[in-house]
Ligand binder design. Structure first.
Ligand SMILES: Cc1ncc(COP(=O)(O)O)c(C=O)c1O
Length: 405
């Protein structure tokens, strides 16, 4: 034990749980086992190779030394921030109060430090992406949840209202992380009616104190329903433009550009021009990572200038969204053939299979070479790494070992 390490920093797991499960799957394979690895969080083709978007790599290769080597401005290149925001909200005049961050994770962490005091709670959905809890813990914040709607079910407005009001009552402010559309880990998005209800609740509670809605846009480019995503973005823009609730987004180049390792993203509040907010964001950048990487920012600027590259990239996104859709359909068909409900994927890299005792079922699946991520609500299945051809084996194994024993 390293005595120099302060007591509160001892006792963490040696590896991130999801990366550890992936390592277990690799070890099972190396030992000669037949593995179905649905733990991966990056898009793989049907040969198991990492998908790297060709349009993006072509742009990357064109970058000149001066687009790579210098420091980027501390808060990020303003043109990059504007281009990133306008990918999602083309009608936004600019990025508003914004800064570059290392991926969406950087944006999430920064939001905690600026919109909550230590000891307070961030509100998000149950289930949520596991590292939300790690980010919160690292920033001295707790996680409160309200339920993500089940497939075909409406948002539970009463529970959401109670959760929002409880936080407003106890801490005088609310920060909501909403990974919508294309929610990780359910693979579903809020319906228009759910969004309207939630927007109303947020507006109501904003009459009692400051409310920040931070949309996590990690997976928007991978959807079965681009028109529904555009509609959702328009609704959130309308809420932001009203100004009662501070609406912002964390954006990431990890999935959208398959630039996971470039660590690029941003946090932006397009409907705020508050210099105090901007100064706080800039201060957080300087005090945490100083400046973000220049190369991915330069790449996005090239993309924003090159219409042909945008068309090509969007065709690549369509292609891979269709691949994900065909995997989701194959999984639903296989689950239904085994007497279970389909999962109705709409977007993103994951779906979640509800199961009692997820940890135990995950363990039994592992023994059969099937690797998933256990959550409180069930098992997260990475469609991004699961071939359609593997769906029958997955469903059959799950149904065989998945019942409560
Ligand atoms: C829901 C969600 N938000 C944010 C992120 C952040 O990713 P990154 O920090 O690589 O942008 C991820 C990555 O898996 C995610 O699943």
């Amino acid at each position: 034990m390293t005595e120099q390490l302060i007591p509160s920093r001892r006792g963490f797991p040696s590896d991130d749980p999801i990366f550890a499960l992936n390592a277990e799957a690799q070890a099972f394979k190396a030992a000669g086992g037949s593995v179905l690895n649905a733990t991966v969080g990056a898009l793989l083709d049907d040969a198991g190779q990492l998908v790297v978007l060709e349009t993006v790599m072509d742009l990357w290769r064109e970058l000149t030394p001066l687009e790579v080597a210098p420091y980027a401005p501390i808060a990020g290149d303003p043109a990059y921030l504007k281009a990133l925001v306008q990918r999602h909200w083309p009608a936004a005049a600019g990025a508003g109060a914004a800064c570059a961050t290392p991926g969406g994770s950087g944006a999430l962490g920064l939001s905690l430090r600026n919109f909550l005091e230590r000891g307070q709670s961030v509100l998000t959905t149950a289930p949520y992406w596991g590292p939300y809890a790690t980010l919160a813990a690292e920033n001295g914040v707790a996680v409160a949840t309200a339920p993500w709607p089940g497939a075909g079910e409406p948002l539970d407005a009463t529970t959401w209202d109670a959760a929002l009001r409880a936080l407003m009552r106890t801490q005088g402010r609310v920060l909501l992380w909403l990974n919508d559309p294309c929610h990780n880990p359910t693979g579903r998005s809020l319906a228009a009616a759910d969004r309207a209800v939630l927007s109303g609740l947020l507006r109501d509670v904003a009459a009692l104190g400051p409310v920040t809605l931070l949309l996590d846009f990690a997976y928007l480019d991978y959807t079965r329903e681009p028109a529904a995503v555009a509609e959702a973005l328009a609704d959130y823009a309308a809420l932001g433009a009203q100004g009662t609730v501070l609406v912002g987004a964390c954006m990431s180049l990890s999935k959208s550009m398959t630039l996971y390792g470039a660590r690029a993203g941003a946090i932006a509040f397009p409907w705020s021009d508050d210099p105090t907010l901007q100064a706080a964001l800039t201060q957080s950048c300087r005090g945490t990572w100083s400046n973000c990487a220049k190369a991915p920012q330069s790449l996005l600027l090239r993309l924003a200038r090159e219409g042909k590259a945008q068309v090509r990239l969007s065709a690549e996104h369509r292609h891979w969204s269709e691949v994900l859709a065909s995997r989701a359909l194959a999984l639903d068909a296989a689950l239904e053939a085994n007497g279970r409900d389909g999962l109705r994927w709409q977007g993103g890299f994951f779906v979640t299979v509800a199961t009692p005792e997820p940890e135990a079922v995950c363990g039994r699946l592992k023994a059969e070479g099937v690797f998933t991520v256990p959550l409180q609500e069930g098992l997260r299945v990475g469609l991004c790494g699961l071939r359609a051809a593997d769906a029958p084996r997955f469903a059959e194994t799950l149904c065989r070992v998945g019942s409560t024993r």
